[in-house]
Design a protein around this ligand. Structure first.
Ligand code: ZN
Length: 79
C-alpha cells in the first residue's frame, strides 16, 4: 500500500502546485494551468477510487488515517 499512497500523495502535490501556478500566471497560461489542475484533480479522484482498495476483499478503504494498518472490512494487513 505504501507505493499506492506515494502515487496519490504525488498527485495531490501536483494539483496544489498547479493551483499555485494558476494564481501566479496571467493570460492564456492561467487558463492552461486551471485546466491542468482540474484534469489532475479528476485523475486523482479516479486513481483514489481505483487504487485505494483492499488487496484482499477489494472494498474501498475510504478516508483511512495514516495509522491504519488493517482493512476495516476484512482485517487484512495493508503494509
Ligand atoms: Zn479487506
Amino acid at each position: 500500500m505504501q507505493k499506492r499512497k506515494q502515487i496519490l500523495t504525488v498527485m495531490i502535490v501536483i494539483t496544489f502546485v498547479l493551483l499555485l501556478l494558476a494564481n501566479f500566471l496571467h493570460g492564456i497560461w492561467r487558463t492552461v494551468a486551471w485546466i491542468a489542475m482540474i484534469v489532475s484533480l479528476l485523475l486523482f479522484a479516479l486513481f483514489w477510487s481505483a487504487l485505494w482498495r483492499c488487496p484482499k476483499c477489494g472494498k474501498h478503504l475510504g478516508r483511512l488515517g495514516d495509522g491504519a494498518k488493517v482493512c476495516p472490512h476484512c482485517g487484512e494487513p495493508l503494509e
